[in-house]
Ligand binder design. Structure first.
Ligand code: ASP
Length: 349
């Protein structure tokens, strides 16, 4: 008996020696997923419409194979439809993501968010995060109890991107339906279709399919602004045929420190709105002019009462390539940082 035991032990030792030293496998990278709600976490009840329903943990549990890509830490920040989002919540989100990315063991972050205001939320973090680790905003256009939800694949792609060397340097991106958009250029263009985020004439940063990440472009230059304790009141007003400027005057009288006025064409407003803008400027309110057309930005071309050239000469800031909503967030953060008019002109060039 003893001889058999000895022989078996010798065989085992020989087998282990042949196998060589046990390969110490490196742990998978750690990705923090911060859940904020949105369709990706919503369920449609009978006659009640889609409403927030799932936690971040439930979202992760619905993604088979995610554990093969990264270790996941879930943080449930809020659980709201992003039509209810506010800059104050985005400031809280930015602080939370910043704190997590500052930890050496965290490789990157994913933010699950509603698509309605995702582009602005991603832009807010692109402006205020101090880490250059990759942060991927993702969501879904079909909710969790739809026939074929798009949330799970979007989460898998977002986590893959967050740890991908090809995504290094992209900073904050928006990725749904395989396409990768820079936070600055992402636009939601379709109300119900899974292919809703595009980057227009600026172009996608890249594409992800399974484990493959294609890098098509570098990101735009990064602007970083401090996160203030309090955000100033900055109001957005779209101009339109026949507007009388009363909303501009009201915003000023209600204490707006900044105003974003969306003009028509290359940044033109009608004469009554122009006079109201002069009133705003006389009260020390900074006024940024954006454009209704998605591409091209505002230019000092037209000389009518309210034309872009006249607005610029009066002291307005023409926004070159940021839409009204992102211009409002940039103006809000810039004013909070103490930027003067000259610095604002640089930011919006
Ligand atoms: N209304 C939803 C939201 O923004 C839309 C979505 O997430 O797709 O939260």
């Amino acid at each position: 008996m003893r001889k058999i035991f000895l022989a078996a032990t010798l065989c085992l030792i020989a087998a282990l020696a042949a196998a060589g030293p046990a390969q110490a496998t490196a742990p998978l990278p750690l990705v923090v997923i911060v859940a904020t709600g949105g369709t990706i976490a919503e369920k449609t009840g009978a006659g009640t419409g889609a409403k927030p329903a799932l936690s971040g943990e439930s979202l992760v549990a619905a993604v088979p194979g995610l554990a093969k890509v990264a270790r996941i830490k879930v943080i449930n920040l809020v659980n709201i439809d992003s039509s209810q989002m506010t800059p104050a919540i985005w400031a809280k989100l930015s602080r939370k993501v910043n704190a997590e990315l500052a930890k050496p063991e965290v490789a990157g972050a994913v933010v699950t968010h509603g698509t309605d205001t995702m582009a602005e939320g991603a832009w807010f973090l692109d402006l205020t995060l101090t880490s250059d680790k990759t942060v991927v905003f993702t969501g879904a256009m079909r909710d969790a109890n739809d026939l074929s939800p798009d949330g799970p694949i979007n989460i898998m792609d977002a986590v893959t991107l967050a740890v991908s060397p090809e995504a290094k340097g992209w900073g904050v991106v928006v990725c749904l339906n395989y396409y990768v958009n820079a936070a600055r250029w992402a636009i939601k263009t379709q109300t119900t279709n899974v292919q809703t985020f595009t980057s227009g004439q600026k172009g996608y940063l890249g594409y992800i399919l399974g484990e493959v990440v294609e890098r098509w472009h570098p990101r735009p230059p990064r602007l970083t602004l401090p996160l203030p304790d309090k955000l100033p009141k900055v109001v957005f007003i779209a101009d339109y045929a026949g507007s009388d400027g009363s909303l501009v005057r009201y915003a000023v009288d209600q204490g707006a420190k900044g105003l974003v006025v969306e003009g028509v064409g290359s940044g033109n407003v009608n004469a009554k709105t122009y006079k109201a803008i002069l009133y705003a400027l006389s009260k020390g309110v900074e006024v940024v002019i954006t454009t209704r057309p998605v591409h091209g930005g505002a230019w000092p071309i037209y000389g009518d009462q309210g034309g872009g050239l006249v607005l610029q000469k009066a002291g307005c800031i023409l926004s070159r390539d940021l839409d009204s909503f992102k211009s409002r967030l940039l103006l809000m953060l810039a004013l909070a940082s103490g930027a003067d008019h000259q610095r604002l002109l640089q930011y919006f060039k």
